[in-house]
Design a protein around this ligand. Structure first.
Ligand code: FE
Ligand code: FE
Ligand code: FE
Ligand code: ZN
Length: 161
């Protein structure tokens, strides 16, 4: 890697892979959630994630980047932890609290990745691409906040007993 443009390309490929993996794994989170609001939150974010993956495809083609089979190893690991929670033998309320914990780790990883990518895009003068990345970043923040509210509002309290 010789310059920020090459590093940016690396970051874009990583985010492309992260979203791709999430499109495949989020349906399992939807199925595993017991609380209807949590299930809805996961289902909504699955739909958003499909759009985010399309956005990454557009960005790759605009920049002539071939994401190939670059893999985001961190997302693979985070999804493994989600799968572990899904398969855990736990009371439904406790499992819901655990699913939220796993899902928020995923959102925080995405938030840091997109935060960096937006900054790099601006620095490189890709203003249109920076805007697209910012749209996704905002969605990740919203998803994280919704999960925070679900956990604080009710789900963690139910899991206490
Ligand atoms: Fe995402
Ligand atoms: Fe990564
Ligand atoms: Fe997300
Ligand atoms: Zn958060």
């Amino acid at each position: 890697m010789k310059n920020l443009a090459e590093l940016f390309e690396h970051e874009i490929k990583d985010l492309y892979s992260a979203e791709k993996q999430l499109v495949e794994s989020l349906p399992n989170m939807v199925k595993a959630a017991s609380d209807k609001k949590l299930q809805q939150a996961f289902a909504n974010h699955l739909e958003e994630t499909k759009t985010q993956f399309e956005r990454m495809k557009e960005i790759c083609s605009e920049l002539d980047i071939n994401p190939g089979n670059t893999k985001c190893d961190a997302m693979e690991g985070l999804i493994e932890e989600c799968d572990g929670m899904i398969n855990e033998n736990a009371d439904p309320d406790v499992k819901d609290a655990g699913l939220i914990a796993c899902a928020q780790r995923v959102e925080h990883y995405e938030i840091s990745g997109y935060g960096t990518a937006v900054r790099f895009a601006k620095e490189l003068g890709y203003s249109g691409i920076a805007k697209k990345l910012q749209t996704t970043l905002n969605e990740e923040y919203d998803a994280d906040n919704k999960l925070d509210k679900l956990a604080q509002g009710r789900l963690n309290k139910e899991a206490l007993v």
